[in-house]
Design a protein around this ligand. Structure first.
Ligand SMILES: NC(=O)c1ccc[n+]([C@@H]2O[C@H](COP(=O)([O-])OP(=O)(O)OC[C@H]3O[C@@H](n4cnc5c(N)ncnc54)[C@H](OP(=O)(O)O)[C@@H]3O)[C@@H](O)[C@H]2O)c1
Length: 311
């Protein structure tokens, strides 16, 4: 089931991708190499993670060692907040392509509805007003040029999706957002699905152990443990499999080879319907609230402003 999802471009997007955020220097290259050897064909990158050069070297080695060919992989990356001006969008993808040592990306996303002045550090007081229609038009040009074989967005609420769908000439292929059993995104998924936009799940394990998230991890919720024990799978595998069965791709991050393999071992079994219905009992807590965008004199005065009240 669901080794890949078909995007509205007609391309196939592998349903499990390796997340690459917040990895120690030196660890991400080995993780990418191990993941591709283990069967992953999708790597999720971003200049914000400050490791695309290291990932580029790992990709080069994978091709030189004949582990895979470029066309076997699905590589995604994202437009940084300082490159939203239409004249800077091409530079954004070009830097990423150079760092990753690639000629094209399979998917390029607007990383977030956050815009800073070019070159400014991303602090809340440096944010400037968005102009998504103008940025999206520049993204559409990348799609037409072939540098990005699909384009999309990330961290877009239902409201932002509706606004974008109303003006887009190229419908976004993907909205990459936080989604897992502890933040299920039912409304947004339905909106995306009914408009042919694939929902891709970041933090699909709910970022266990993240210092930025102090709430209880759903992985240790008794309902979740019950489901995992019933299926004789690890909680992480159950979380990822739930994602696939909800129709979303999942992007677990791990730099540990055993967990990288564990997170990919989710294809030859499924969660039966009676257990799927139990996920509705899991309390909902968003782990990435993005407090860092909030500033009394900034564009977003509250977290609710940023998420359009959808948290
Ligand atoms: N678009 C966006 O704004 C955005 C935001 C956040 C994330 N993302 C993308 O989504 C990816 C994943 O999100 P994330 O890194 O925030 O969170 P995540 O994948 O939910 O969780 C990562 C954490 O889980 C641990 N882990 C991995 N596999 C495990 C397993 N089988 N059992 C127990 N723990 C496990 C990892 O530790 P080890 O490494 O030690 O295994 C790491 O600490 C990112 O890397 C990035 O590519 C995108």
């Amino acid at each position: 089931m669901a080794g890949s999802f078909v995007l509205n471009t007609g391309a196939r997007m592998p349903s499990v991708g390796l997340g690459t955020a917040k990895t120690e220097p030196g660890a991400v290259g080995e993780a990418v190499y191990a993941a591709v050897k283990a069967g992953y064909r999708h790597i999720d990158c971003a200049p914000a993670y400050r490791n695309e050069k290291e990932i580029g070297l790992a990709l080069k080695k994978l091709f030189e060692d004949c582990v895979v060919k470029r066309e076997d992989l699905f590589i995604s990356s994202k437009l940084w907040s300082g490159n939203h001006a239409p004249e800077d969008v091409t530079e954004g993808i070009d830097t990423t392509l150079e760092d990753l040592q690639q000629e094209y990306l399979d998917l390029f996303l607007i990383h977030a509805p956050v815009r800073t002045k070019k070159g400014a550090i991303r602090t809340a007081e440096n944010y400037i007003p968005l102009n998504i229609p103008a940025t999206w038009e520049a993204m559409e040009k990348l799609y037409v040029s072939g540098k990005a074989r699909a384009i999309g967005v990330s961290n877009f609420s239902c409201k932002r999706m509706e606004d974008l769908l109303a003006i887009a000439r190229v419908t976004p292929a993907v909205n990459q957002v936080e989604s897992h059993p502890g933040w299920q995104q039912m409304k947004l998924r339905e909106l995306c699905q009914s408009n042919g936009v694939h929902l891709s799940a970041y933090s699909p394990l709910g970022r266990p152990g993240s210092p930025a998230f102090t709430g209880p991890s759903f992985l240790i919720n008794p309902i979740f443990i019950y489901i995992a024990e019933k299926l004789q799978k690890t909680p992480a595998q159950v979380a990822l499999r739930w994602g696939l069965q909800m129709g979303q791709s999942v992007l677990p991050k791990s730099i540990n080879e055993t967990r990288i393999r564990e997170n990919f071992n989710i294809f030859d079994w499924s969660i039966p319907e009676d257990l799927m219905s139990k996920f509705s009992e899991i309390p909902q807590n968003k782990t990435l609230r993005a407090e860092f965008v909030v500033h009394p004199q900034g564009i977003y005065k509250t977290v609710d402003d940023f998420w359009d009240g959808e948290i």
